[in-house]
Design a protein around this ligand. Structure first.
Ligand SMILES: Cc1cc2nc3c(=O)[nH]c(=O)nc-3n(C[C@H](O)[C@H](O)[C@H](O)COP(=O)(O)OP(=O)(O)OC[C@H]3O[C@@H](n4cnc5c(N)ncnc54)[C@H](O)[C@@H]3O)c2cc1C
Length: 113
């Protein structure tokens, strides 16, 4: 979708919570089939097949440790000192993470002046 010269379709399927745990418990080929089944249902076309598929477990990715920060983490919402502020994933989205980083950087720079 949207790539000049590319005639296929790309489907991104998000699973969270128990649905993600059920999906991850399946053997890899069955995970793709289970996801594709949702596409078939949505499209009303049982003949849809995939050519390539990839899956990633963000919850257990050591560098991401999940995708969204729905819950505030105790101790990470308040500065630990005038020049030690926390920002990022705990605020949940790309934009709010970015903005919280800018705000924390400004607060630290202000404290160091
Ligand atoms: C698949 C996926 C899709 C998403 N889609 C959206 C979306 O559409 N819209 C939206 O608003 N949000 C989305 N999010 C959430 C969004 O990406 C995060 O909220 C945001 O990126 C958090 O920013 P951050 O700077 O806190 O953390 P990150 O962007 O995760 O940055 C943390 C950085 O620290 C690095 N790091 C971690 N540990 C170490 C270490 N020990 N040493 C050195 N470096 C380390 C990591 O490699 C990474 O580069 C998505 C997240 C995922 C995983």
């Amino acid at each position: 979708m949207g790539t000049p010269g590319f005639v296929g379709e790309i489907w991104v399927n998000w699973s969270t919570g128990d649905a993600a745990r059920r999906l991850w418990a399946l053997p890899p080929e069955q995970r793709f089939e289970a996801s594709l089944e949702q596409v078939r249902l949505a499209a009303g076309d049982n003949g849809i097949r995939y050519r390539k598929a990839a899956i990633h477990d963000w919850a257990n990715d050591p560098y991401a440790m999940g995708a969204y920060g729905y819950e505030k983490i105790a101790g990470l919402t308040e500065p630990a000192g005038p020049a030690l502020h926390f920002a990022g994933i705990q605020t949940s989205s790309v934009h709010t993470s970015h903005d919280s980083g800018v705000a924390a950087a400004r607060a630290v720079l202000g404290a160091l002046r």
